[in-house]
Design a protein around this ligand. Sequence first.
Ligand SMILES: Cc1cc2nc3c(=O)[nH]c(=O)nc-3n(C[C@H](O)[C@H](O)[C@H](O)COP(=O)(O)OP(=O)(O)OC[C@H]3O[C@@H](n4cnc5c(N)ncnc54)[C@H](O)[C@@H]3O)c2cc1C
Length: 444
Amino acid sequence: MSTPVVQVIGAGLAGCEAAHQIALRGVRVRLVEMKPTQKSPAHHSPNFAELCCSNSLRSDALTNAVGVLKEEMRRLDSLILAAADATRVPAGSALAVDRDRFSEYVTERLRANPLIEVVEREVTEIPQDGVNIIATGPLTSDPMADAIARYTGREGLHFFDAVAPIVDFSTVNMDVAFFASRYDKGDADYINCPMTREQYDAFYQALITAKEAELKEFDRAEQKDLKVFEGCMPVEVMARRGYDTLRYGPLKPVGLIDPRVGHEFFAVVQLRKENRAGTMYNLVGFQTHLSFPEQKRVFSIIPGLENATFLRYGVMHRNTYLHSPDFLSPTYATKHCPSLFFAGQMTGVEGYIESAGAGLVAGVNAARVARGMESFVFPRRTLLGAMAAYVSEGGIGSFVPMNANFGIVEPLEKKVKGGKAARNEALGNRALAELEAVLEEIRK
Ligand SMILES: Cc1cc2nc3c(=O)[nH]c(=O)nc-3n(C[C@H](O)[C@H](O)[C@H](O)COP(=O)(O)OP(=O)(O)OC[C@H]3O[C@@H](n4cnc5c(N)ncnc54)[C@H](O)[C@@H]3O)c2cc1C
């Protein structure tokens, strides 16, 4: 019997990790990458696993969700983590790398692997035969994006992120904010952050003068197409239209009464539940293009959010991603075809490590499918499993890309004393213990 083969399309963070995991399991890989002959506007290097922007892979601390995710991946012999550890540069508690050496390391390891054949070409159709992983990333080439859109239907594929920031519920000051629904209708599901006129003035001035994130050339070109952003205008742009525009829009105060004081306010920012557990809330109507430090500065002026932890910041940029809860199972295989997988940012995870983590889970499972084994669903209390659960189930509202954070992990069974750091440490320890219990099975 010939050795089975899995085709991986796209040699980015996800595709490289997937290819490595598949080969680790003795399965051959055909890794198809369109570089160097064709490159997205953000890719410049001929090497694989290119870090397009920052050279930081974020925190390495085990009290941080992305730190725990990294540790899980290290325990599963991740190539991306091996490359990062081998090429790290000093950056405090963050794991930052020399980006050229990082990509070279990954490229050399994959090219030297006798089980991996590298093919340099653009793929323009979804393969019909064999076991395949599509990991063509947020800047998937146009013909492939069209092919995926035909497969999912237009509504099944998003081309832009227009995402409002999300905060950790436990860090919202509920002595200031209050639960209520407008006109007391239905359940009091929203958190309301009330503002006096003076507080609104301060927030408004900060918002209209805040610094926006730099637009990449290709985003600028695409954003000219205003149709893309119908109904999701950045909050800072709306604010610049006039002093009261927000008060008639997302900050409308009418019908919102704090039961503790019994009156309406000058303006109110509303927060909506992002997940069923109620650990994450998004700022309603706050899709924004401000830089991350400016979001932290300006949105922390909102009463009740002075010390809020932002689990993810708002973004608006080109990002091709699936409406995964309709299409993917927690193994990243498509629901209707168990031998077709998607991985990486295009599944709705967000970030270098998250993309590689999705590639790891997809790779483990594609190798199992290729050998006729049962698929393996990662425990949902691990970060790898929590991301897979998020991608395949979504949250409460519209499906938005998500980075690794403890808000997507099942809360602890018991309260832990010692505040947020102690809680995070307990969540991290639980994740690693659950991974250890199934390590042998995953390694098969
Ligand atoms: C401009 C930009 C900046 C970002 N900056 C950061 C950041 O600073 N920090 C962070 O954590 N995350 C960042 N991200 C988000 C995300 O983490 C990265 O995009 C990450 O590289 C995604 O990994 P991936 O494997 O899904 O896709 P990629 O790493 O983009 O890999 C996809 C690969 O597929 C190839 N490809 C595309 N189409 C085809 C095709 N049709 N046929 C064959 N090959 C194809 C591409 O050439 C590429 O090599 C950024 C995203 C973008 C778009």
